[in-house]
Design a protein around this ligand. Structure first.
Ligand SMILES: O=c1ccn([C@@H]2O[C@H](COP(=O)(O)O)[C@@H](O)[C@H]2O)c(=O)[nH]1
Length: 312
């Protein structure tokens, strides 16, 4: 099942992190863009080719030390069909290199539409009575709980059928997340605590050998106090933690999402890894031509930073 594969990969690499692949053109080295534009034109196709090249370089540099990647759909959809093809190729390449792929799409809708989202990202699309076709075929998807269980059940069904996972938004990392998520309900609990209870409930039938479920949760690194509460409230939910690095979250902050065994969470960083070659930490040691080596150095620094915080 998905969660066991994820935990096995984290243990094998001794690395509870996931690298975000959010390839804005501004982040991509000029030499990659020039080559892609020369071959395909200064257009959406050229941009998509640059993204593929950039992502492949990162995946090659990271696949032996980082267990998973998290491409965020928005950075691909903004380039239309060509961007979606770049997403598809990125997923395929990362999987070929042995990485787990968490598609960050924050999808949901009414039940029948959620079924279609789930078919596209996790399950299979029905073409004819006897032909079912996998489409993007990610290993896991981020989902929005706002529509309640009928919007979540189709994803859970596909998690069971196809060994996939979901991460439900519980307490997001952004500044205004409290505007809705922190509202106190008449049960004396906040909305994020109620969602946490639902995540535990929704994940009951998908628990694996480590006791964690393939129904996980998203909890931002920028809210360490809430993470402390949520780690206790969702004993069986693996927590995907965005907000480390570029958003200011630290290793001490993310430590609250882990259990006593150093499991229970996987921490994401996107910009701080992708753009390491431009950062004050690494720009003097790595030229733009070696952007992927700079990303590897930052990924190792992040891994060691987090391991030191969760193992003390
Ligand atoms: O609460 C959330 C949920 C998702 N994200 C996504 O994670 C990455 C963070 O990128 P950084 O560059 O490391 O800040 C990005 O894809 C967000 O869409 C989040 O930040 N917070």
């Amino acid at each position: 099942m998905f969660i066991d594969l994820l935990i096995d990969a984290i243990k094998e690499k001794d690395n509870p992190t996931v690298v975000g692949l959010d390839p804005k053109l501004d982040f991509i080295p000029q030499f990659i863009k020039e080559k892609a534009f020369k071959e395909h034109g200064v257009n959406l196709k050229g941009a998509a080719q640059a993204i593929i090249e950039f992502n492949k370089g990162l995946i090659d540099a990271l696949c032996d030390i980082v267990p998973a990647v998290k491409p965020q759909l928005a950075y691909y959809e903004m380039y239309g069909i060509e961007g979606l093809m770049a997403f598809e190729q990125t997923v395929k390449y990362a999987k070929e290199k042995g990485m787990i792929v968490i598609a960050d799409g924050k999808r949901n809708d009414i039940g029948t539409t959620a079924e279609s989202y789930s078919a596209g990202f996790l399950g299979k699309t029905l073409i004819s009575e006897d032909v079912l076709q996998p489409v993007f075929d990610a290993d896991a998807l981020t989902v929005n709980p706002y529509l309640g269980v009928d919007g979540i059940k189709p994803f859970i069904d596909d998690c069971k059928r196809y060994q996939k996972g979901i991460f439900v938004l519980v307490k997001t990392s952004n500044k205004s997340s409290g505007q809705l998520q922190d509202i106190l309900t008449d049960k004396g609990k906040s909305i994020y605590e109620i969602v946490a209870e639902l995540v535990e409930e929704w994940g009951k039938s998908l628990r694996g050998k480590y006791g964690y479920s393939s129904v996980g949760a998203v909890v931002g690194a920028t809210y360490p106090n809430q993470a402390k509460i949520l780690r206790k409230a969702m004993k069986h939910a693996y927590i995907l933690v965005p907000g480390y690095g570029a958003q200011g979250g630290t290793a001490r902050d993310v430590a609250h999402s882990f259990d006593g065994e150093g499991l229970g969470a996987i921490v994401n960083a996107s910009r701080s890894i992708m753009c390491a070659y431009m950062s004050d930490n690494w720009k003097d040691q790595y030229s733009v031509d070696n952007y992927a080596d700079a990303s590897r150095a930052e990924a190792i620094r992040m891994r060691d930073d987090i391991n030191a915080a969760i193992k003390t």
